[in-house]
Design a protein around this ligand. Structure first.
Ligand SMILES: Cc1ncc(COP(=O)(O)O)c(C=O)c1O
Length: 391
């Protein structure tokens, strides 16, 4: 059999590899603690589950959905944007549902890029910023996110020839994996850059609802001119503990939304209407649920930071996301540290380079496990580093 070369152009998907490793260790009876994947451990709010149950009892939800989405879903998104971000979204033209943010992040590349085009993607960054463009036959130009630049891309450092061929700019704040929040003025700079180079700006907004210390992350669409140049991908996965449900949307520029809808009519048949109605319940009936989740992550963040500091690993407290982006101790690189904690502590962390080459020297810890397990993981990491940490 021969398969498409494009599949060989992207590395194996990180979490698929991690999952296989966890399975193998668990099969040997090892008590593995995975801090690798950002998959919330707590349940979806009851109001959402009940809304799904009610919706699924209605036979009219059982037929093919439309790629445009239910009016009720689009209106709920529009009210959410008005309430939460003070942004006006026209429910009839400026939003459609997507089957989770990942689907949209990857597929939007097929709607925006031709072979030979360039996509500008943060490095480190969520892997589909690379695989989507590669599958579209485009090239990816990485935008390094460096700690000394507050993990913001330097758009001025992009070579003129590359910027001229670019047709898509991805960015993501609050950021996975670094936990960084957007610097003042960056969204304005992104709008100006997109205008200057006539490219489409796509903001991945997966983490705006998980934030701490009173910080409320903004929407890119609140930036003047943003809707002229691009769109935002949003997901209910993280804020409402709905990773398995695959509910999100793309909102913003009407032409981007329409072209994306056109693409999707050829790839999938839209989101199950009952799921859209459950999404409406998440937005309308339990709008503050993500704040409750944020309090839990806040507590876990501090617990883990204290534990890491006690063993000499100093990490700045992130103001958003359920992640800690940790510089590995002296004498280690990302891979040796990942292996050490896996072998000695049976704790899984994500090695930085799996998010792109600029991730070298870091690992990401996800706070999506119960406090007691986090404490246990911290204890085991400490003893694997053998520096006498006491919980
Ligand atoms: C930066 C970023 N974008 C998008 C997503 C997509 O999430 P989902 O497909 O569950 O909506 C994730 C999930 O981890 C993410 O980290």
């Amino acid at each position: 059999m021969r398969f498409a070369r494009r599949l060989d152009q992207v590395p194996p998907y990180l979490f698929a590899v991690i999952e296989r490793r966890i399975e193998a260790m668990r099969a040997e009876g090892v008590d593995v603690i995975s801090l690798g994947i950002g998959d919330p451990d707590l349940p979806t709010p009851a109001a959402v589950i009940e809304a799904l149950e009610r919706a699924v009892e209605r036979p009219e939800t059982h037929r093919y959905p439309s790629n445009s989405g239910l009016v009720a879903f689009r209106e709920a998104v529009s009210s959410f944007y008005a309430r939460r971000f003070d942004v006006a979204i026209d429910p009839s033209t400026e939003v459609i549902p997507v089957l989770g943010g990942k689907e949209a992040v990857a597929h939007v590349a097929l709607a925006c890029l031709d072979p030979g085009d360039v996509a500008l993607a943060p490095d480190p960054g969520y892997p589909p910023y690379t695989s989507g463009p590669v599958f579209a036959g485009a090239e990816v130009h990485y935008l390094p996110l460096r700690e000394d630049n507050a993990f913001m891309p330097d758009l001025d450092a992009i070579p003129a020839e590359t910027a001229a061929r670019a047709n898509l700019l991805y960015f993501n704040y609050p950021n996975n994996p670094t936990g960084a929040v957007v610097a003042d003025g960056f969204f304005d700079r992104a709008v100006a850059f997109a205008r200057e180079h006539d490219l489409i700006a796509i903001h991945d907004s997966a983490y705006t609802e998980i934030a701490f210390d009173g910080y409320r992350p903004p929407s890119f669409l609140a930036t003047p001119g943003a809707k002229d140049v691009g769109a935002e991908i949003f997901s209910l996965s993280k804020g409402w503990n709905m990773t398995g449900w695959r509910v999100g949307w793309i909102a913003g520029n009407a032409e981007v939304v329409e072209r994306y809808r056109q693409l999707k009519t050829n790839l999938d048949s839209g989101m199950f209407d009952a799921l859209q109605l459950a999404g409406v319940a998440a937005l309308n009936d339990v709008p503050t649920f993500p704040q409750e989740m944020s309090e839990i992550y806040h507590r876990r963040r501090d617990l883990m930071l204290d534990a890491l500091r006690a063993i000499g690993i100093d990490v700045e407290a992130p103001r958003a996301t359920p992640y800690l982006w940790i510089r590995v101790p002296e004498g280690h690189d990302s891979s040796s540290f990942t292996e050490l904690v896996l072998e000695q502590a049976a704790v899984i962390v994500s090695p930085g380079p799996s998010f792109g080459p600029s991730g070298e020297g870091y690992v990401r810890i996800s706070l999506t496990v119960a406090d007691a397990r986090l404490e246990e993981a911290a204890r085991r990491i400490a003893s694997s580093l053998a520096v006498g940490y006491r919980a």
